[in-house]
Ligand binder design. Structure first.
Ligand code: PLP
Length: 506
């Protein structure tokens, strides 16, 4: 074994982390294992006192400082989790901690640092801005800088995660999947694993829009990125460390790059097995593992993903839930073009049949054709192609929108607007119990004589499905329409005179 690797092994074996960190469990992810046909273990770093592994490295570094250094206080720059690790360690060691965080830091994380006694300075738009400001403060105040990843003591502290994995699972392991930001966690884990059980693969996982390490390793030198995506704020690093780059390049076997939808799906997978909600960086290992299994057609292997953080802003859950289905390929999205004529709406519904509808939006806009935004629950990508073929066989053109950011992020919320064709339109909100097939049952109760000129439904996972329907009722058929509503089993509210309807839709 090379000297530098045995030096890291010694540092990891002697790292001081358990004054603040706990030995986290390794949990078998039963459902995910069954779905993937492999044994998937989760190393639950989300269960640390600050909900991420970051306190291991921070504490190991700070515990090794001289009393004089500690008396001067420590400073760090962090987008969140490292800051909490530093603040908790400072409290434990009885020293002052100044934490510079970018202005974009989720409130959850800055509040958590304050609650631990850390002095928060909000500065700049990115981690790099905060980092520069922290260095200035360090120079002017004499604080000791605690780097979030590029420091052998920090790396060694994170390496204790690898040590625990091998101790907790002494049977064969094919690979360990590790999220990479600056590279501290993977460097520590890879150092321990390669020193002790080099046959185990260490696979790095990065976000497609924050892949500085992957690019750097491929280029053979550190590549700075101009911009990084912020969805996974824990791993949004523009430039990886010198030491972490050197170790990762030497020891990491392979890399997987994942996108936002895949991470959202992984958050859901982890939730289904553990009932815990990961932050995006915390689920990246699982997203990478899934992609790797598919790419290499793996079966019956033992795989470990480090679930490395759970500091999730509650508001972000809405986005995650929205994207998880698409990321998991459990939702197909189409723009279906149907002839603007009576009965074609119903024909479309017949083709959809008993499938679970996740979204259905339409606004009359053309005399000849109607474009309907349709979301359907599917069990895999092949099913989406099957639905498309069924639609085509009925001469309904369907454009697949699953990969289309514009549609997923904006257009789905914008189907509608005013229409000169919506003569005699009445607008109603209906409610019906949300269960598979309920939307189609509702539609089949609609009499064919009245044209539907507007339709909006989105499955919100609630108890009742809420839909908005515009129906064209000629003045002399109002009485019939009233009778139809009275007979309908679903409660409804007439919104035809509502101000919002007048302002935006009529
Ligand atoms: C939850 C989480 N996962 C992964 C990482 C990436 O770790 P590293 O910068 O050591 O690569 C971080 C970094 O803050 C994190 O907070």
């Amino acid at each position: 074994m090379e000297d530098w690797l045995s030096d890291y092994l010694r540092r990891i074996l002697t790292a001081r982390v358990y004054d603040v960190a706990v030995e986290t469990p390794m949990d078998l992810a039963g459902k995910l294992s069954a779905r993937l046909g492999n044994r998937v273990w989760l190393k639950r770093e989300d269960t640390q006192p600050v909900f991420s592994f970051k306190l291991r490295g921070a504490y190991n570094k700070m515990a090794g400082l001289s009393p004089g250094q500690r008396d001067c206080g420590v400073i760090c720059a962090s987008a969140g989790n490292h800051a909490q690790g530093v603040a908790l360690s400072a409290r434990r060691l009885g020293c002052r901690a100044v934490v510079v965080m970018p202005l974009t830091t989720p409130r959850l994380k800055s509040d958590a640092v304050r609650a631990l006694g850390g002095e928060v300075v909000l500065h700049g738009d990115s981690y790099s801005d905060a980092y520069r400001h922290a260095l200035e403060l360090q120079a002017s105040h004499g604080y000791t800088f605690v780097h979030p990843f590029d420091d052998p003591d920090v790396i060694a502290g994170q390496g204790t995660v690898g040590m625990e994995i091998l101790r907790q699972h002494q049977h064969p392991i094919h690979a360990v999947f590790v999220a990479i930001g600056g590279g501290g966690l993977i460097s520590g884990v890879a150092a321990y694993v390669k020193a002790v059980r080099p046959e185990i693969k260490v696979i790095g996982v990065q976000m497609a829009d924050s892949d500085a390490m992957v690019r750097s390793v491929r280029a053979g030198g550190r590549i700075p990125l101009d911009e990084v995506g912020l969805f996974s704020d824990g791993t949004a690093v523009k430039q990886v460390g010198e030491e972490t780059f050197r170790i990762t390049k030497a020891l990491v076997d392979d890399f997987v790059v994942v996108d936002t939808d895949a991470v959202c799906a992984a958050i859901k997978d982890v939730f289904e097995d553990t009932r815990s909600v990961m932050e995006p960086a915390g689920a990246m290992g699982v997203a990478g593992l899934k992609q790797y299994v598919t790419r290499h057609e793996m079966k019956d292997q033992t795989l470990v993903a480090i679930t490395c953080g759970a500091n999730m802003n509650f508001d972000r859950l809405r986005f995650v839930a929205e994207r998880a289905e698409v990321g998991e390929e459990r939702e197909a999205l189409f723009a279906v073009t149907i002839p603007e004529e009576r009965g074609s709406f119903r024909r479309l519904c017949e083709i959809i049949g008993d499938r679970s509808v996740t979204e259905f939006s339409y606004r009359i806009s053309d005399e000849r054709q109607a474009h309907v935004f349709v979301g359907l629950a599917t069990s895999n990508r092949a099913e989406a192609a099957e639905i498309r073929r069924a639609l085509a066989a009925n001469r309904f053109d369907a454009l697949d929108l699953v990969g289309d950011e514009l549609s997923k992020e904006h257009v789905r919320y914008m189907v509608g607007g005013r229409s000169a064709l919506a003569r005699d339109e009445r607008l109603y909100r209906f409610e019906f119990p949300e269960r598979p097939g309920a939307l189609m049952r509702f539609l089949s109760h609609m009499p064919p004589d009245w044209n539907i000129s507007l339709f909006h439904y989105r499955n919100q996972g609630a108890d009742y499905g809420r839909i908005l329907v515009g129906i064209q009722v000629p003045p002399d058929e109002k009485a019939d329409f009233r009778a139809f509503l009275d007979n309908l089993a679903y409660p409804c509210v007439d919104e035809t005179e509502s101000p919002a309807y007048r302002l935006f839709l009529r």
